[in-house]
Design a protein around this ligand. Structure first.
Ligand code: CA
Length: 282
C-alpha cells in the first residue's frame, strides 16, 4: 500500500477529510489557511480558524469555526451560525464528525496547545451537550461498525479511548483505554475505522498512517506517507476502499521540507479494506 499524491496543496494544516459518496468528492480544510476545499477547488475562504466539517443531508456543509458551528450553502456561499460554545477566547474548535445517526460530535482545544481547557460536545441540531472536559488537543474520533462503541483521541495522552455509545441518546459511558501508542511513531491525530472494526490513525510527526485492532490494542499495519505531519484520513471511492490522507507544512524546518517536499499535500492509497461511510448531519 503506497500513497500517491493527488493534490499538491502545500496547505499549512490540511485536515477534516470528508467523503461525499453522492458526488464522489473529497472535502477537506486548511485550519490555519481558514479555507474549505472540494478536491482542489476552493469552496470558502473564512475569517477565523476552521476545525472540522461534515456534509448535511442536502449536500451542503456544517462546519466548526473558532467557537461556533455554522451552515454553509454551497450554491449561494451564504453562511449562518447554528450554535456556539462558551469557552475561553484562547480555545478553538478542532476535529469533529457526524455519528451514525447524524449528530455532530466535535472537540475544542487551547490554540497554544498548553492548557487542558478543551471539551468534547455533541450537537443534535437543537442543542449542544457536553460529553468530556479537561482535553488538551481534541482530535480523532470514530465509531465501531455497529455504532455502539465510540473511539476518541486527545493527542498528548498517546491513547485511543473507547466508550460505550448510546445511539439513541448520544451519551458516552464506560471509558477505557483501547490503544496505547508507543513513543517514536508520531502522535495520534485524525482517525477513521473500517468495516472490520479496526482503526486507522494518522500519525502527526510520524510520516505514516497506522491500522490497529482496538479490541487487543495491537498494531496491524503501517503505511508510510511522504509527509512528516500526517494529520487525518477518511475512506472514499466507489468501493470505499481508498484512504484519503491529509498533511501539513506548519512549522517544518527547511531541512524537513527538503526531506518531505510534498508536505501539506493530500494523498490517496488503495487498500484491501472497506472503510466506514462518512455520516451526514441531520
Ligand atoms: Ca487534528
Amino acid at each position: 500500500m503506497k500513497p500517491e499524491l493527488i493534490f499538491d496543496a502545500k496547505a499549512e494544516l490540511a485536515e477534516g477529510p470528508t467523503w461525499d459518496e453522492k458526488t464522489q468528492t473529497l472535502y477537506w480544510l486548511d485550519i490555519l489557511g481558514k479555507r474549505i476545499h472540494a478536491g482542489m477547488d476552493l469552496v470558502a475562504q473564512l475569517d477565523d480558524f476552521i476545525g472540522c466539517l461534515a456534509l448535511r443531508q442536502d449536500g451542503n456543509l456544517i462546519f466548526g469555526k473558532r467557537a461556533s458551528l455554522l451552515d454553509l450553502n454551497l450554491s449561494t456561499s451564504q453562511q449562518s451560525v447554528l450554535a456556539s460554545v462558551s469557552e475561553v477566547a484562547t480555545n478553538r474548535i478542532n476535529d469533529g464528525k457526524c455519528d451514525p445517526t447524524g449528530r455532530f460530535i466535535f472537540g475544542t482545544m487551547d490554540i497554544a496547545e498548553e492548557a487542558a481547557s478543551g471539551f468534547v460536545y455533541s450537537f443534535d441540531g437543537r442543542q449542544i451537550t457536553r460529553l468530556m472536559e479537561g482535553i488538551r488537543i481534541s482530535n480523532g474520533l470514530t465509531w465501531s461498525p455497529d455504532g455502539k462503541t465510540f473511539y476518541y483521541i486527545d493527542t498528548p495522552t498517546r491513547e485511543v479511548k473507547a466508550f460505550d455509545y448510546d445511539l439513541g441518546t448520544g451519551q458516552i459511558a464506560n471509558q477505557r483505554i483501547a490503544i496505547r501508542v508507543p513513543d517514536g511513531m508520531g502522535w495520534p491525530d485524525g482517525m477513521t475505522s473500517d468495516m472490520e472494526g479496526n482503526l486507522w490513525i494518522a500519525m502527526w510527526g510520524g510520516a505514516q498512517v497506522t491500522r490497529w485492532n482496538p479490541n487487543t490494542g495491537q498494531l496491524l499495519e503501517q503505511i508510510p506517507v511522504p509527509a512528516l505531519l500526517t494529520s487525518s484520513c477518511i475512506f472514499g471511492g466507489k468501493d470505499r476502499n481508498e484512504l484519503y490522507i491529509t498533511s501539513a507544512r506548519k512549522a517544518l524546518s527547511d531541512v524537513e521540507l527538503q526531506k518531505y517536499p510534498l508536505s501539506g499535500g493530500i494523498f490517496k492509497v488503495t487498500t484491501k479494506f472497506e472503510g466506514m461511510p462518512t455520516f451526514r448531519f441531520g
